[in-house]
Design a protein around this ligand. Sequence first.
Ligand code: ATP
Length: 363
Amino acid sequence: MRNYEVGVLPGDGIGPEVTRAACRVVTAAAAGAGLRVRMTEHPAGSAVYRDTGTSMGEEVFAALGAADAVLLGAMGLPSIRRPDGTEEGPQVDLRDRFGLFASLRPCRRYPGVPSRVDAPDVDLLVVRETTEGLFAGRHDEVTPSAESSSDRMTITRATSELLFELCFAQARNRRDAGRSVGRVTLFDKANALRSQAFLRSVFLEVARRHADVQSECLHVDAGAMMLVTEPERFDVVVCENVFGDIVSEVAAGVVGGLGVAPSADVSLTRGVFQPSHGSAPDLAGRDVANPVAAVLSGAMMLRWLGERHADDRALAAARAVEAAVEAVLAGGPRTRDLGGSAGTGEVTAALEDAVTSRVAVRS
Ligand code: ATP
């Protein structure tokens, strides 16, 4: 039997509450499936930056590098900023250090989850590039000026090819699992920006290598609107870094909000799993945060470990968590963001119970 070591970064705001909920549900699923998952918490985030001057110590990076996967809550607090006005976000440094070039952000409409958009069959995956694009100049030397400021958008062939290969593989898997028609849609701004015209040219090259999967390109402004007006037509949607940040939250809004939107930042060998939402300091410490996005991120972690290590137990644990989430969302209890009145703790306990009764042990 394989043992897994998971590095856990609870982080800031609601991060600790939702991460500990995810750890409880993942641990219950793992135990039921006969799997050993050891979780070790590490300090990181804005509060750590305030207290120590660095948001994630080298020893934490080293421990995460040695782990099989990382589970992260949320980092960053608006009240704690760097001298240039930006928030501390070591999750962005993790992406750079570990080469996590893609953030997979599934958005699925679950029965029982209310939405202002009348589209019950949305099941799509936004893939956000996470190491370059409009974040590329984060470490550029700049002379501070009171008159202007700028950021740089850089697209490389190497990262774009990796990104698009992953998207076509995801679309093929989703189609073969009967979840979709198998289509990758690039949202870009190829009509206005050189870097985006280049991105589109690489996309079309990669698409030609995967003629069995459908492909299309839309300008990001039109695409963002269509995500709201016809969300059920989309399967895999891919964008550069900042467009993907925005588009993934639009898609999350369409299926009921950030409380049900998980994510996985991946390279070919590493994975960092975290809810799509931020630290939501307005909700912190009040037992009102929805733990489902973090719990679903835990399920993505188990599935990723299972696929990577051909481990049926991890896959069974992932399925148990997914089924438990579906059952609890459908029947309650639900948190306030989903129209319910339950607290984080009550929903977590219901998920734990549901998972325990669902794990199918395969020996
Ligand atoms: P970031 O840029 O770091 O992702 P953000 O500016 O997008 O952060 P969030 O912290 O994600 O902001 O929160 C936006 C709002 O969404 C919060 O004020 C909160 O009302 C809601 N929200 C976020 N996460 C949750 C959650 N788990 N449960 C309930 N509501 C949430």
